[in-house]
Write a protein that binds this ligand. Sequence first.
Ligand code: F6P
Length: 546
Amino acid sequence: MDRSDLSEPLYALEAHRTDMGEATIAGLFAKDPRRFADFHVALDDILFDFSKHRVDRTTLALLLDLARAAKLEERRAALFAGDIVNPTEHRPALHMALRNMRGAPMRAAGVDVMPEVLAERRKMLAFAEDVRNGRTRGATGQTFTDVVNIGIGGSDLGPAMAAEALSPFIAPHLKLHFVANVDGADLADTLKDLALERTLFVVCSKTFTTLETMTNAAAARKAVVAKLGEAAVAAQFCAVSTAQKEVAAFGIAEDRRFRFWDWVGGRYSVWSSIGLSLAVGIGAAHFEEFLRGGETIDRHFVEAPLARNVPVLMALIEIWYRNFWDYAVQAIIPYDRRLRRFPAYLQQLEMESNGKSVDLAGTPIESATGAILFGEPGTNAQHAFFQLFHQGTEIVPVDFLVAAAPTAADPDQHRLLLANCLAQSEALMRGRTQTEVETRMRALGASEAETAALAPHKTFAGNRPSGTFLLRQLSPCVLGELIALYEHKVFVQSVIWNIDPFDQWGVELGKELASGLAPLVAGKNAPLDKLDSSTAGLIAQLRKWT
Ligand code: F6P
């Protein structure tokens, strides 16, 4: 694509940014009685309110011009057509096929993948149901009570986040556990209270080479063999991977080997058999609902006009902040304890996808790219870092997420949760002027001296942007919708920045250096003279201490 096509919309946005300098979000509401009506999109189960963002009608029109100039519609078509959209790994990115429920043909590099996808989904869900219902049992003939997913990154965060989010749907006789870290404490703490003969281990790794997963899987295997004997491995383990030979070599029985394909990126793999532990927990019907949620958003992303297209709007508004206001951080605040792993999940999805400095052609990108993302559930976050959101020098746009109706929680407490969520977005936008503070303080009987001393501290600048996602309820379907919205948002941003969002070369260097350092850390005498003095000094000290 000729990036010079973008210069006109970029220039117009720069000029508009200057024009907007003094405008406040509250002022935009005052001027425009239709602001909420026109600045939200209501899908069946999710309402996206972007009226408290620092955008007006011109901003949106110019951002949409930018998207069209970047050929978003053509690039979206190429994604869904299974073209090679990940050129550095020479792969399509067709995770949408995994949630294509009716099986209409979808091609990866020209070949219809749906027959294999449907067959694999059936196999995985049948196995999950058998484990759940006690038809499939462990080596001693006992039913499973615990499922331990061993995986990291995309082979952990998706199912771990979803298992927590959908915990009210998990069968009461089953507990799901997730072991990721190469820190042996992760596995040891998990296994401490488990009966190995009633535990199913699900080893998840796209490559089946990842150090953390292979180390934990080997340790779990050793524990099973020590207690139940070598023959028990076939009954206590199953695995999900694209590397079927390696899975077989580990000793996984053939009917317990589940596969997916290289056109599924790790961070987009929760929809595949990587969701096995989740499917055991919530059951096949709920897992399919989850997939259906993702599929609903795929349709929306493809069919809705750009101006009413939620992932497109999410992406463009963030581009506005990132590239025209220099906001480097984005917060995700779910007012839902069960979504507490959602920010971590999105960190991989967004930061591993768009944390890049070169474009598709390998040329350095001049603008800023992916933002730093973080978050914690509200209301806890209010009592931790919201101080900075309200009064700090850094502006942090927030995504608020909250469900209208709770799943399995006290309805009165839920109303308080909702009120707090709405209050925060209002407070961030509105702020409180020094004059308002002084008037209030005087009305409450404060002296003039006290009012003068404290008013600056109690003043809120306001004009801090946020978007709100109001969910009908945190059901499997709505969770699927939510994840797919963010997936497509990431894709839209990658189109504007002209990034490959499906590779992750930035994780390689650390992996390589760690494997070089491992023998130096383990050995007592290996020379350290090839290392920088900091790394050598640290290893020398730890040799003394261990
Ligand atoms: O190190 C990054 C990464 O490659 C992620 O992209 C991936 O999700 C994770 O490691 C785990 O990889 P695998 O599923 O192959 O074990």
